[in-house]
Structure formats: C-alpha cells, structure tokens
Design a protein around this ligand. Structure first.
Ligand code: BEZ
Length: 386
C-alpha cells in the first residue's frame, strides 16, 4: 500500500514537471516611454496601440504570455542609459520598446547595439538610429526625422515659398527636422534665412515670435510635438502671425493635439506618414477598435505602437518564440510587409519604414488627407553599414 502511494506521488510530480516544461516562459517586454512631461500623451498612445495589437494576437506571442516592465523615461537622455541597463540586467527583458525622445532613443540604441538586445523604436526619429548606429537587432516602426521634414520642404517650394524661417526645440529631433526641410527647400531654390530654437522642453516662445514678425518670411517651418506643440500653435495665433505667415510643420505639430489647440490649428498644413482620413478598410477597423477599447481617437503615436507590436509578432512567430535566434528574427521582419493602418510598408535595409508621406490639413478635429506628398520615401540612412 505504502509503495503504491509513493509511486502515485512520483507520477504526480512527474506530470507537474512535464506540464511546467511545456509552459513557455513569459515574454518580457521592457516598455521605456515618457509617462510624464511634455511627451506623456505620446507615450500613453504608443502603449495603447502596442497593447491593442497584442490583444488582437490573443494576448500571447508564439504561445508565450506577455509581461510588461514599464519605465517612465521622462524624456530625459541623462537618465536613459541607467534606465535601459536596469531593464536588461535587473529585469532581464527579452526585448526593449522605446522611446519617444530622440536623445533617449540614441542612448537605448547604444546599449542595444553593445549588448545585442532586441530594440524596437516606436517613435523617436533620430536619423542616426537607423543611420550610423544601425544594427541587425534594432528596428523602427515610426520614421526618421528627415522623412516628414524633407517632404514639407518640397511642399513649401510647390506652394511658391522662397524665404523660410525655422523654429524648433534645440535637440537631435528638432535639428534633424530643420535640416531635412532645408535640404529639400534649398534644392528647390528656396532659402532658409534664419534657424530659431529654444532648449527642450521650454515653451517661452514670445521673443522668438517677435523675431519671426520682424523677419517677415514667406513661410515658417516648425518641429514641435506634444504639450509644446499645443502651446506653440496657440501662441503663434495669439501673436497675430497665423493671418500673415503660413505655419508649416512636421505633422507632430497637430497630431494628438487638436482638442487642445482648437480653432488656432484650423487650416494648418503638415506632412506625416499618417492622416485621420485615410478611409481604408484597414485604417477604419484599427480606428474603431482603438476608439472602442480606449474611448479615445487614435493618432500617429498609437499607430506606431501598434506597428511596433506587429514587428515583434512577426519576428517572434518566425523563431517560434525563441528570441535568442536574432538572425532568423531579423530575416523574417526584413521580408515582411507590415499591414499598418497608415498603409502597408516594408522596412529598408537599415530597418526604417519605407513609407508614403501625406500632406494633411487641419479641418475641425482632424488632420485631413490632402495628397500623398512623396510616395514610398526611404530615409537615406547615411552612415549605415549593414
Ligand atoms: C523625437 O524626439 O524624435 C520626437 C519626439 C516627438 C515627436 C516626434 C519625434
């Protein structure tokens, strides 16, 4: 009798061990995003989009349940290296997803490159991340700062502008955006007569707006996003400039911000890889699902978060959940057509989206599609050796 009980216990223990062995470990995702400060709303939209796509996959990737480890990076590059090292070494994440701010993303890319950790960038446009820092384990679901800016340089020329002033936050994203605009604008025969800037995340625009009024350019080009974009658009109108000098921008100026900007944003032209009125079946179903889940309208950041999760899902399925198979993961993602709400796109050799850049105009609470400013625009990926 005693021997029989021991055999039974042993069998039970074996069955438990077997079932444990068959349950794959959770897939740990390190979400490093801003949840406070001027870009807080952007971080939240990215996470919402990411989670929506994971939910559409049944909450698991390649049979592995998902565990999120979240860090508020505060859009502060000086804290970024510590934050990302903690996610890798203390929390043992399988993959990093982040961030919004270019300076933070550059620090993340450096650590990802040094350690070989998978990194998917769901917003930050730092050209260098898929330029000189490009690596087989680094992917981006968003854009480079150059892409929408270059397109707006061409649009400004087509609209007849000859003399432009630029204004932005002084950090990689602003600098690169202005550079991209200048490249196309000057190629088309225009001239940027002055670059104005202020430190991130400052919003004391008054003296700079006075300078714009005295310079009297044909057009102002700007890169601002989040809370700063709201304040800039309102201050530009309050200074009386909206009536006299067209304000053009990379589309972040009016994305996710229209409720707060109200009538001051009406009529503004911007360029971006998304618009609110694409009207495709794919985008409509995404927008409906997002609105139902979060009681919010999606914006470009939500789309980028959603597509970051699609990239992860494609790679994870190809390696059957074993993210140590980095070369197979990369090769599957490189071959994939991402079924994005923005329109289908593929990644370039440097792992940045090759995508249509739309010209949009603010009409009521929407960034309405005007036209495709440049079709299938690939970033030049300067300095990428891959
Ligand atoms: C950036 O820092 O790269 C960035 C931030 C907000 C919107 C777009 C780009």
């Amino acid at each position: 009798m005693k021997a029989h009980r021991i055999t039974l216990l042993a069998a039970c223990a074996m069955a438990t061990t077997l079932s444990l062995a068959q349950t794959p470990a959770k897939l740990k995702i390190g979400l490093m995003l801003p949840y406070t400060g001027t870009y807080a709303a952007l971080g939240i939209a990215i996470e919402n989009g990411f989670r929506l796509q994971i939910a559409e996959q049944g909450g698991k990737l390649a049979g592995r349940e998902i565990e999120f480890v979240k860090v508020d990076d505060e859009s502060d590059p000086s804290k970024a290296t510590d934050n990302v090292n903690k996610l890798i070494k203390r929390d043992n994440v399988d993959v990093l997803v982040g961030s919004v701010h270019s300076g933070v993303a550059m620090a993340m890319a450096k650590v990802a490159k040094d350690t070989g950790t998978l990194l998917i960038v769901p917003n930050a446009g730092a050209d260098v991340v898929t330029g000189a820092m490009c690596a087989p384990n680094i992917f981006r679901s968003s854009f480079t700062n150059w892409q929408p800016a270059y397109a707006m340089g061409e649009v400004a020329i087509k609209k007849g502008a000859k003399k432009a002033v630029t204004i932005t936050h002084k950090y990689a994203a602003g600098d690169e955006s202005v550079k991209g605009f200048r490249e196309a604008f000057e190629k088309g025969g225009g001239q940027v007569v002055k670059d104005l800037s202020l430190p991130f995340p400052g919003v004391e625009f008054q003296a700079l707006l006075t300078e714009i009024a005295s310079l009297k350019p044909d057009v102002v080009y700007t890169f601002f996003a989040g809370g700063a974009a709201v304040k800039f658009v309102k201050d530009y109108a309050a200074a009386g400039l909206k009536k006299s000098i067209p304000l053009y921008g990379a589309g972040f100026l009016t994305d996710g911000t229209l409720d707060a900007q109200g009538a001051d944003a009406e009529g503004l032209f911007t360029t971006l890889h998304y618009a609110d009125s694409l009207g495709t079946a794919r985008d409509n179903s995404f927008r409906l699902a997002y609105a139902k889940t979060y009681k919010l309208q999606p914006d470009v950041y939500a789309v980028q978060g959603y597509d970051a999760a699609q990239i992860l899902a494609i790679g994870t399925a190809a390696v059957k959940g074993d993210l140590s198979k980095k070369a197979e993961f990369a090769s599957a993602v490189e071959k994939a057509k991402i079924d994005s709400p923005r329109g289908p796109f593929m990644l370039s050799k440097s792992h940045n989206p090759v995508q249509d850049i739309y010209l949009r105009q603010v009409t009521g609470k929407e960034n309405k599609l005007v036209s495709v400013a440049i079709k299938a625009l690939a970033d030049p990926a300067r300095g990428c050796k891959m």
